[in-house]
Design a protein around this ligand. Structure first.
Ligand SMILES: NC(=O)c1ccc[n+]([C@@H]2O[C@H](COP(=O)([O-])OP(=O)(O)OC[C@H]3O[C@@H](n4cnc5c(N)ncnc54)[C@H](OP(=O)(O)O)[C@@H]3O)[C@@H](O)[C@H]2O)c1
Length: 158
């Protein structure tokens, strides 16, 4: 079991715009699906609302201090980082932290590995960004090119 942050980020560190992704890259969505399938994904309530439905074939763990949702299969609503980390001890799969910015920040100390899709352009008029130093304490382990303007970089702890 590993705790892995997975994020797609523009050159200007943008990750979101108007509650959604600032772009649509099907190659990256396919990569995200293949990578996270049959594992657990953790997301903040804003990202949950933006996706609009449970990600299939994954345990969907949602975070909110106050919101409620109707019970549904494979969806779990938890109230704090600590609750997620306590549950994770009993999981026999990887735990992917899938965003957004607030959720990445709340799990920054627990994340052991980052999988980052780098978009080679700036995302104009974005409103949600990663901190410039979110990879400090990590080093590149692997790079692969997905498409002309998309590369995947895997970072492990130094
Ligand atoms: N590029 C990417 O890879 C990527 C990935 C995911 C999302 N995004 C984008 O990021 C944007 C959303 O980011 P965001 O920061 O607004 O939202 P978010 O992290 O999805 O949701 C934030 C909310 O989640 C709850 N939450 C988060 N951490 C918590 C914790 N540890 N304990 C309890 N509750 C917690 C809180 O809800 P309450 O206020 O209800 O307590 C918080 O206000 C969207 O534009 C989305 O498309 C981009």
């Amino acid at each position: 079991m590993a705790i892995i942050g997975i994020v797609a980020i523009a050159k200007n560190f943008a990750i979101g715009k108007d509650g959604k992704l600032p772009w649509h890259y099907s190659a990256d969505l396919k990569f995200f699906k293949e990578t996270t399938l049959n594992n657990a994904v953790v997301m903040g309530i804003n990202t949950w609302k933006s996706i609009g439905k449970p990600l299939p074939n994954r345990l969907n763990i949602l975070l909110s201090r106050s919101e409620t949702i109707g019970n549904q299969p494979s969806v779990l609503l938890l109230r704090s980082t600590e609750e997620v980390l306590a549950l994770a001890k009993y999981l026999n799969c990887d735990l992917f932290i899938i965003g957004g910015a607030t959720t990445y920040e709340n799990f920054a100390d627990a994340i052991e590995k980052w999988i980052v899709t780098e978009v080679s352009d700036n995302a104009e008029n974005a409103d949600t960004f990663m901190p410039r130093d979110f990879l400090s304490g990590f080093q590149t382990q692997e790079i692969k090119q997905l498409e002309d303007n998309l590369s995947i970089k895997i970072y492990g702890k130094i």
